[in-house]
Design a protein around this ligand. Structure first.
Ligand code: HEM
Length: 496
């Protein structure tokens, strides 16, 4: 009674007193029925490829409620009270809070199966311990060493493309989102876990299926306990989870075996090696147990491949659409890396224009659509009083194109806005939240940027890219931002 009726009533009143309202609460369901309906309708639309105004399509419920109730509004995710806030200063206060007052929001069990209960969802001392152990795996020195492996995986993908070429044809059409997902799965499997291409692809396939289950269930009411019922969806989720766990265990066992047979003197200095070494630590604050290692493997596999694949996908779409920028980047790649030399980390760090294009791509088509935090105490946020237990939603898709923050061309593709650095691109220094900010900012940011630059440099050296006439511009919320109908791109060999 308290959760279903009393709390929603009291909280709605508390917010109303502060001049904040939103769609009406419905017992148990909250606003799920409206969210489902609006999302289904939005998915039927197709946008003009030149339009970057994707907010109404991707998060139609937020768009609708903002126009009805104002930029700050409340809504109900089932019985969970949520407040949506788009102000970058408020976002900064939330994300930079070091005392855990804006904690990670508890997530649904099926999402945890997909992402693993690792760094992304941990909180408190557990998070501190994990982050301290894992940080060294992502130092710039380590990432530079990883670049060579990233190159090898990319060249392997190009070999595959060559095999698929139809004889006599110089051009070929590829569905770039699929290609990049496979590639980034291969890269994270090789670079972070030292595993084989086959194992990487197996993880990628199982996680892709799990992601489909999550994308459909996320707008259903969650009743605690139902995750244990043998429903067809749960049976499917359990099966996929078992597959993922088995693959992870095989990868871990292979590494332990190398050490046991004295083929290697330590566990290796990649992410997996660092975690396994922590597994042997005698100091509790430097120690990870085997279950924690398995969960972290799932987390890094998912977070490490899905997001970067999206960055590559949308950047390719934008470069295919903006031929002038494609030419500028190719020229830069030729100047810094040469026409047919394999790019290394040093050359890639000199690609200033490419960096600007990637930032603009992350602004307009960043993989993470919104971030959420829960107030663990009654909190004051600027003039707003946020009651304990309220979930705060930061709608990145909306904030990244806010004309008041980014200027009148907020919806336009203009990489030059980043020419003086990220902090000067808008009228708030933390306006770009693609990698978040503060203590919980993305641990893999440098890794992702190095991977994106390496892969794009190698492709631009060899191909001209053009969008196929089949392309339908339909960015959609599938846990991350995905092209609903894929991104078919025509690749013309440069020397062809
Ligand atoms: C373009 C690529 C990427 C984007 C846009 C991105 C974005 C983000 C964002 C927005 C967060 C904060 C989420 C939140 O607090 O709610 C985050 C956290 C995280 N990311 Fe990334 N990410 C990317 C690539 C990567 C890669 C390559 C890895 C690993 C290899 C990675 C691993 C993580 C982890 C483990 C966290 C949790 C950090 C913590 O809470 O301490 N990400 N990422």
């Amino acid at each position: 009674c308290r959760i279903l009726v009393w709390r929603p009533l009291m909280l709605s009143r508390k917010f109303k007193k502060q001049g904040i309202s939103g769609p009406k609460y419905r017992i148990l369901q909250g606003n799920f029925p409206e969210i489902r309906k609006m999302k289904q309708e939005a998915k039927l639309t197709v946008l003009d490829p030149n339009s970057n105004d994707i907010f109404p399509r991707v998060l139609p419920h937020f768009h609708q409620w903002m126009s009805q109730y104002g930029e700050t509004f409340t809504y109900w995710q089932g019985t969970e009270p949520r407040i949506c806030i788009s102000d970058p200063e408020a976002a900064k206060q939330i994300l930079s809070n070091k005392f855990g007052f804006f904690a990670k929001t508890k997530t649904r069990p099926e999402v945890l199966k997909l992402t693993g209960n690792g760094l992304v969802f941990l909180d408190g001392l557990n998070w501190v311990r994990h982050r301290r152990i894992l940080n060294p795996a992502f130092s710039m020195d380590k990432i530079k060493l990883m670049t060579k492996l990233m190159v090898d995986c990319t060249l392997r993908m190009l070999d595959e493309w060559r095999k698929q070429e139809t004889s006599g044809k110089t051009e070929q059409v590829l569905i770039m989102n699929t290609e990049f997902k496979r590639l980034s799965a291969d890269i994270i499997a090789t670079v972070a876990f030292g595993s084989s291409y086959a194992e990487g692809i197996e993880m990628f396939k199982s996680q892709l299926e799990l992601q489909k289950c999550c994308a459909t269930s996320i707008t259903d009411v969650f009743i605690p306990g139902t995750q244990y019922l043998p429903t067809p969806t749960n049976l499917q989720i359990w099966k996929l989870d078992r597959k993922v766990n088995n693959t992870v265990k095989r990868i871990i066992d292979a590494r332990l075996e190398l050490k046991a047979k004295n083929v290697e003197t330590d566990y290796g200095n990649d992410l997996l090696g660092i975690m396994l070494a922590a597994g042997r630590s005698n100091e509790s604050e430097k120690m990870l147990n085997i279950d924690e290692i398995i969960e972290e493997c799932k987390t890094f596999f998912f977070a490490g491949h899905e997001t970067t694949a999206n960055l590559l996908t949308w950047s390719t779409m934008l470069l295919s659409l903006h031929q002038d920028w494609q030419e500028k980047l190719r020229e830069e790649v030729f100047n810094e890396c040469g026409k047919d030399k394999i790019p290394d980390s040093e050359a890639c760090s000199k690609l200033k224009l490419m960096n600007m294009v990637l930032m603009e791509s992350l602004r307009l088509y960043g993989p993470v659509l919104y971030m959420i935090r829960t107030a663990s105490e009654d909190m004051k946020l600027e003039s707003l009083e946020i009651p304990k237990g309220t979930t705060i939603v930061l709608p990145i898709v909306k904030m990244h194109r806010d004309k008041a923050v980014w200027g009148s061309d907020g919806n336009k593709f203009n990489p030059l806005r980043f020419k003086n650095g990220v902090s000067r691109a808008a009228n708030h220094s933390n306006a770009l939240l693609a990698f978040s900010m503060g203590p919980r900012a993305c641990i893999g940011q440098n890794f992702a940027m190095m991977e994106a630059k390496t892969v794009l440099a190698i492709i631009l050296q060899r191909f001209r890219l053009k969008l196929s006439g089949e392309y339908k511009h339909a960015p959609a919320d599938h846990v991350t931002l995905q092209p609903q109908y894929g991104i078919p791109v025509i690749l013309q060999p440069i020397d062809g």
